[in-house]
Write a protein of this length. Sequence first.
Length: 182
Amino acid sequence: MTKPDPALRRAIARHAVYLSQSWRSAPPGLPTFEAVCGLIQSGLALKGMEPRVRPAVKVLEELCRREIGADGGLPGRNPEELLDLFALLVWCEAALEGADLMAQPQHRAAIARIAPVLRATQTEAQLRMPVGVFAEPSPRRKAMSSRSAITRRMSSRTIIAMPMPDWRRSVFDTGTSAVSFL
């Protein structure tokens, strides 16, 4: 395995510092979650950034409590944004568990509240799909592994670097893997 480029590490570290200073000015909703989750991920990945993880986890817990409704929805009621948020929260939870840290109760509760909403949305989309139509799995579906696979890989202490797929695709082309692992 080759060593990462020092210039790349410095760029990521600068971005992490920027996120820690500017996440508060991100637009409300998904952009704020993306900034805080990015801060957690960078804190877990970079040496010297570990002190930023715990405060960011607390902020994520507060965001989950404040932004995600009791019904699992977001104020904007956008299913694509909800799916993006769900993927971020699951990804962040897996990263925290991989670092032997626990996701906070509100974080886990938010995942549990969102999953049934996405299942219902997916079921509605399947009912509208013509019979006999089989589509190639989307990049999002290919990228999201089952929870048990993530746990197995994490338990062997293997570090997983997964490129983020294009999260801007429709919620209706995700198949069942996005929510079936809960």
